[in-house]
Structures are given as structure tokens and as C-alpha cells.
Design a protein around this ligand. Structure first.
Ligand SMILES: Cc1ncc(COP(=O)(O)O)c(C=O)c1O
Length: 369
């Protein structure tokens, strides 16, 4: 039996009719750019996330980019972030001419180490970007304190539905950036993203920046971009939104089941399971274990038709495009070690128990061999 890392057809099938009707509704209206569909989605998303404002944008990458533009990040500025994250978190900083300053992660939650943040934040810091990696909230109280008043933009791309001590991610920093890439907890039919904020002025600037900084017809007090969420994507997201809490519960139930199944093996010490820390609302967008002989294990699983992936094989401070920032191997050792050991296993909500048993049996077979 093969077990995919992710099978979105299982999510699509029960919603097929409703989704097609929503798409039809947009086609009939012939209103594809912003408009009522996007406004309705923004209102519903803001309500679901417990935030005052939600601004629909083109992708998670553009959500981060636009949030930094709204803070005025540019040449000469520094933005502090963890080195162990998807490229976009740092790419947007470099694109604005600013300097990404990388800090190490905590070995248990994989998120930014607050002490290192406190050490690196300084007079040039224009923003701090904690990443709620794999779907678990970063240590936000400690991060907010370490940031010392420097604006915090939460990268929530992987963490729709997570909360820190009851506060939804995206509602703690000055802004939150979400991605609706299809594999996320809430995914659309292409690219999409969202910026959240409680600040009325930031909301107003985000709405301007997403239409080329336009304040009135052909009047541009600032330079923005085309960061508009499509009405078609908004319509798809509106159908999916009421289901996302249930899907997150499904991911959590699958994580619990993995813990029980691994508990019946003698892999303790060989395969380390992810920790759902108290008060961090882990949503398991990815179920990431640490494994001895990781690359061999991955090849073994893939050979048997079991999906397994490495997020991320190279921390950002060691990426070729950031060589001129002057980092070397050994500078951020916790992330470097994680990059050699992490392996994501299938955890999507519709995964069934026999598939999870298959995954765990194959892993046990690998180490027995
Ligand atoms: C942590 C993180 N930040 C940002 C992004 C960028 O989101 P998008 O792919 O929607 O541009 C992603 C998407 O994979 C991500 O995982």
C-alpha cells in the first residue's frame, strides 16, 4: 500500500459541488479582482482569527513583503529571523535591500531562540519575524520581550489555527502573514495570502500598498505593488474556511495516533517525535520527526511508496545567495543539526489509521534491517 505525503483529492471530493458553485458564482459575476467576494472572505477570516483587520493578498511571500513595506523596511535596515524556515521569510528582506540577520532555533519547538534574538536585536533592527514552524506557535511572550519594541511580524504561513496561550497566531505581533498555498492548513486553488493586523493605520496602508500604493485614481503617494487576492481564490477559501478547525483537529488526532503507534515499537531514541508544547496549539501542518540515518530512511520509505520530505535540508544562513552575509557552517549549530535529521511524515487530516500503521511499520522495518 502506498501512502502519500499529502492527498488533496480527499479534501476536495466532499466539497466538490460547493466549490464548483462558488467558482461559478464568480464566473457569473465576471468580477475577478477584489470586490465583494474578497471583502466577504476578509471579514470571515478576520472573525475566525480573532483580529480586527485581514487583508487578502497574492501569496504568503507577498504577505511578508507587503508587511515589511508597510513598516518602511529598506536599505540599511536589518530584520531578525530564524535561519530554519522556508526561503521566503528571508527572500523578502533581501528584495527590499535590507539585511536578514539569522538566529538559531530552539531544538524542541524548531522556532526562533528568544535569547539569541535578544542578543542580536539592535539599533538597525527594523523588524523581527518569528516563524510558527510546522504549525506550532513560537515562544511568543519571550520573543515579544526580546524584540524590545521592534515591530514583530509573525510568519504564520504554516500555522493557521495555532494559538499561543489562547491568542491566535497573527494576533500577537504588529502583523501576521498567512499563506494559502494548497498544502497549508487552509489552502486555495493556487497562490493566495493574508495579512492580519489590529492597527487601523497599518490596515489602511496595506490596502493602499496592495494596489500600487494608490490613494485615488492614478494617484500614488507611495510605491506599492500588485498584491491583490483573486476573487476566485477568495470564493474557494470561503467554502473551506468553516472546515479548517475540523481539519486541524484531524491533524492533531493523527499526531496522537503516531505517538501511540510509535509507543508500540522500540524506536525510542532512534526516532524522536515532535513535541506539542503546552499552550502552543500545534496544528501539525507538518509532522516532523528526527531520525538517525535520515536520508537512508527517506529513500527506504519513498521506495515503498510512502511520502516523506525534508523541510529544510539547508538553513538559510548557509544558502549560496546569502554567502556575502558572512555566515559559516557551525555558526547556528542547532538549526544545522536539525537540517540533517528532520523528516516530515504524512499527517493530512484524511489519512486513515491503516496508512499510519503502514508508515510506522515501514520505519520499524528499516531500523530492524
Ligand atoms: C514559513 C513560510 N513562510 C512563507 C511562505 C510563503 O508562502 P507562499 O508560498 O504562499 O508564497 C511559506 C510557504 O511555503 C512558508 O512555509
Amino acid at each position: 500500500m502506498s501512502v502519500p505525503l499529502l492527498d488533496l483529492t480527499r479534501q476536495y471530493e466532499p466539497l466538490r459541488e460547493e466549490l464548483r458553485q462558488a467558482i461559478d458564482r464568480v464566473c457569473e459575476s465576471q468580477r475577478f479582482i477584489l470586490g465583494a467576494e474578497v471583502e466577504d472572505f476578509e471579514r470571515e477570516a478576520a472573525h475566525a482569527l480573532g483580529v480586527a483587520h485581514a487583508v487578502g493578498v497574492t501569496s504568503g511571500t507577498d504577505a511578508l513583503l507587503e508587511a515589511l513595506m508597510a513598516l518602511g523596511v529598506g536599505a540599511g535596515d536589518e530584520v531578525v529571523m530564524p535561519t530554519f524556515t522556508f526561503f521566503a521569510t528571508a527572500g523578502v528582506v533581501a528584495r527590499l535591500g535590507a539585511r536578514p540577520v539569522f538566529v538559531d532555533i530552539d531544538p524542541i519547538d524548531y522556532c526562533m531562540n528568544p535569547q539569541q534574538l535578544a542578543d542580536r536585536v539592535g539599533p538597525r533592527s527594523k523588524a523581527v519575524i518569528p516563524v510558527h514552524l510546522f504549525g506550532q506557535a513560537a515562544n511568543m511572550d519571550a520573543i515579544m520581550e526580546a524584540a524590545g519594541g521592534v515591530p514583530v511580524v509573525e510568519d504564520c504561513a504554516q500555522a493557521w489555527g495555532a494559538d499561543y496561550g489562547g491568542r491566535p497566531v497573527g494576533s500577537i505581533g504588529v502583523m501576521g502573514a498567512f499563506s494559502f498555498f494548497p498544502s497549508k492548513n487552509l489552502g486555495c486553488f493556487g497562490d493566495g495570502g493574508l495579512i492580519t493586523t489590529a492597527d487601523d493605520d497599518l490596515d489602511a496602508s496595506l490596502r493602499k500598498l496592495r494596489v500600487h500604493g494608490q490613494s485615488g485614481p492614478y494617484e500614488h503617494p507611495v510605491v506599492g505593488g500588485n498584491f491583490r487576492l483573486d476573487a476566485l481564490q477568495a470564493a474557494v477559501l470561503r467554502v473551506k474556511l468553516p472546515h479548517v478547525a475540523g481539519w486541524v483537529e484531524g491533524r492533531r488526532a493523527n499526531a496522537d495516533r503516531y505517538r501511540r503507534l510509535f509507543g508500540h515499537t522500540d524506536l525510542d531514541g532512534t526516532v524522536r517525535l515532535p513535541d506539542a508544547l503546552p499552550g502552543r496549539g500545534h496544528t501539525f501542518n507538518q509532522y516532523v520527526v528526527r531520525a538517525a540515518r535520515r536520508d537512508e530512511l527517506r529513500a527506504f520509505l519513498v521506495e515503498r511508496g510512502i511520502g516523506a520530505a525534508v523541510y529544510y535540508p539547508l538553513p538559510l544562513h548557509l544558502q549560496p545567495c546569502f554567502q556575502d552575509l558572512g555566515y559559516s557552517e557551525g555558526d547556528l549549530p542547532v538549526a544545522e543539526e536539525a537540517s540533517r535529521e528532520v523528516l516530515a511524515l504524512p499527517v493530512f487530516p484524511e489519512l486513515d489509521s491503516s496508512e499510519q500503521e503502514e508508515v510506522v511499520a515501514a520505519i520499524a522495518e528499516f531500523y530492524a534491517g
